[in-house]
Design a protein. Structure first.
Length: 102
């Protein structure tokens, strides 16, 4: 999955179209996923960009890492597999109180 890139430090005002435009100058952009807050719909400041090939992804990474986009220097790295989250307290995610189980 070397053709999938993590793009961080995006301005909160960044749009999918702006990110696509910046990356398409360096190859074919297959997909852009702009991560947004579930409640507000506002950008969280990062995205994942899937390029057409590993070579295009490497070119885009080299060309855009540290470049100013909307007043912020973006960070571009190869995306990594999502790591499983630790369970924390684990238990009761369904709400209610613990005595409901008995």
């Amino acid at each position: 999955m070397a053709n999938k890139l993590y793009v961080g430090n995006l301005p909160f005002s960044a749009t999918k179209e702006e990110v696509t435009s910046a990356f398409s100058q360096h190859g074919t952009v297959d997909d852009v996923i702009l991560i947004t807050d579930r409640e507000t719909g506002r950008s969280k400041g990062f995205a994942f960009v899937t390029m057409g090939s590993d070579e295009e992804a490497n070119t885009a990474k080299s060309a855009l890492n540290g470049v100013d986009l909307g007043g912020r220097n973006i960070v571009v790295n190869e995306a990594r597999e999502r790591q499983p989250r630790s369970g924390g307290s684990g238990g009761n995610r369904g709400g209610g109180n613990r005595n409901d189980r008995y």
